[in-house]
Design a protein around this ligand. Sequence first.
Ligand code: PRP
Ligand code: URA
Length: 212
Amino acid sequence: MKNYENVTIFNHPLIQHKIAILRDEKTDMKKFRELVEEITTLMVFEAFKEVPTKTVQVQTPLELTNQKMVADDAVTIVPILRAGLGMVNGVHTLFPTARVGHIGLYRDEETLEPHEYYCKLPDCIESSIAILLDPMLATGGSAVAAIDFLKKRGCKEIRLMNIIGAPEGIEVVAKAHPDVKIYISTLDRGLNENGYIVPGLGDAGDRLFGTK
Ligand code: PRP
Ligand code: URA
């Protein structure tokens, strides 16, 4: 895969450790959900070294001081339904007051084309950084459709966060939306004949929510 300026692959050992457990088919739903949240928090911590801040005055027990805090509505969390929902709490751990917009997309199992079925975004989407969440970046179709939608709604800065990505999906998103920063915990080998990431972790939505 070509090196894209806006693509960051973490490969952090502490994240990799959690991904090993996440991939394991024996990992149950509760543990899977917890790991998705924890990995998301670690990714966001790394990805948001720069974020709009405001200065506030705080009275410590000793004196009055100026202190930076994250600006109001600096970010908006946008999970792609369903599986992106599993990452929301992981972002809220670091941005507890962030608003949440939802984009509902499912992938047709035959054509692998994304279909939109729901969208509700807060007004601040035009002025804040959208953190677009989906654990899996496979063909890239869902991510491109979600980014198209956010841009049509006036969103100017988007950061896509995926736990596992396939090279095919990264190429598709990076070419369609070179301005979007893409953060991926781990890069997998590719896609199988059914469009699943290999080695991957299976169907993220099913493993998060106990469906099949
Ligand atoms: C999965 C996953 C992504 C999409 C990735 O969702 O959560 O949204 O597939 O595939 P792509 O990169 O090829 O578009 P799915 O459509 O299975 O829906 P779900 O989250 O409701 O299970
Ligand atoms: N969606 C998933 O949940 N897993 C994959 O491997 C590909 C798409």
